[in-house]
Design a protein around this ligand. Sequence first.
Ligand code: FAD
Length: 398
Amino acid sequence: MSDDYDVIIIGGGMVGGCLGLALSQSSLRVAIVEAREFSEKQSDSAGKRAIALSWGSRCVLEQLGIWQPINDAAMAIKHIHVSDKGHFGKTRLSAESQHVDALGYVVEAAKIEAVVADSLKQSNIDSVCPASLVDYVVHDDGADVTISLNGKEKTLSCRLLVGADGGLSKVREGGDFDLKEYSYEQHAIAGLIKVESDVHDIAYERFTSEGPIAMLPHFDGLYSLVWTMPSELALETMQLPEDEFLDRLQSRFGQWLGELSLSGKCQNFPLNLSHVPNNTAERVVLIGNAAHQLHPVAGQGFNLGLRDAAILADVLMTGESDIRNVLEVYAKHRQLDQTLITGFTDNVIKLFSTNNVLFSVVRNSGLLMLDKIPMFKNQFARQTMGLGSRLARLKNVG
Ligand SMILES: Cc1cc2nc3c(=O)[nH]c(=O)nc-3n(C[C@H](O)[C@H](O)[C@H](O)COP(=O)(O)OP(=O)(O)OC[C@H]3O[C@@H](n4cnc5c(N)ncnc54)[C@H](O)[C@@H]3O)c2cc1C
């Protein structure tokens, strides 16, 4: 292991790992510093969460050369069905009408991490694990990064430091970043659900006055549930006996997939929106959840983070050696997409998580408009497919 790098990535999660992979095709010297052992992450139940990959993410993963093994473990979404409990509005988006094979794909997070880790092992990227960031100092030529490795502190240097260390980012904490945080005062219950229906290519988004419910096709006839509701109600719902829990879910979700039953235990976690509008600073950039943590029901967090990684790699590989210029170009390309997706997710959650009569009329006419006017429907589909923004070329990759 060297002490001197062009790029040090703190955090080898899905986003940091993909950035490492993209940069492995360049001549840049890159290290990924990851706090948790691979085996520990793979056995964590959080790895079971279903990630809906947009069509745009598929294109990036193809360029990284890892789409095939991910696709082998993916379920294709051919339709998205959006409805509002107790109201007339509903809309269906289809892959066929968008002229693509699928609107998106659902894969377990742990599977994506395993494929990325496998591919990184065969690359020229230095993996420093388990090791965690202690702190860093920025100077004119780069950054000195102190990590804790095998119980000892060690200092590495780099020209660019990337914070891909998730929602509680220490890179963000150590820099001059303005974190905007908003609590939805809601929790999401996530788990796997057995369904009676044999339909397995439709993703459902169901909006209720308590909050949205997403059901994504999973493997073996299962669906992956993300059920959002006010925090107090979620804590009470988690305490219910199984039959009452299922009755409550069924009454909110309806009969779109027939009778529902549980497959394993559900998890419950609080929902916040946090984002850093200006996520570049002198010699430092934040990407993925370190820069923006979104409500999971919209299924946009990883897709947005992957685009951060792809564009950053793209700009770094243009041969531009001045890191200030790299960060300026990166910020210019990413700002619109990040602002749009953060605002889009936030507005959808606020609009669809209320009982207010006026909002209810607006959201229903919105759904009808989506259904009847092809231009709106196409725009919504492009946004959910991750095609609403510039895609990275990643010319040298794959
Ligand atoms: C229930 C649920 C469902 C979701 N569904 C979707 C979906 O359908 N589609 C979608 O696109 N997104 C979805 N998301 C969001 C998605 O999971 C995240 O956006 C994504 O995991 C972010 O990846 P990341 O690499 O930025 O951060 P993380 O996955 O948090 O990775 C950060 C990494 O940094 C490491 N780390 C942290 N601190 C340090 C340190 N000090 N030193 C070294 N390493 C450190 C951690 O160990 C970790 O490996 C969902 C999220 C949840 C909770």
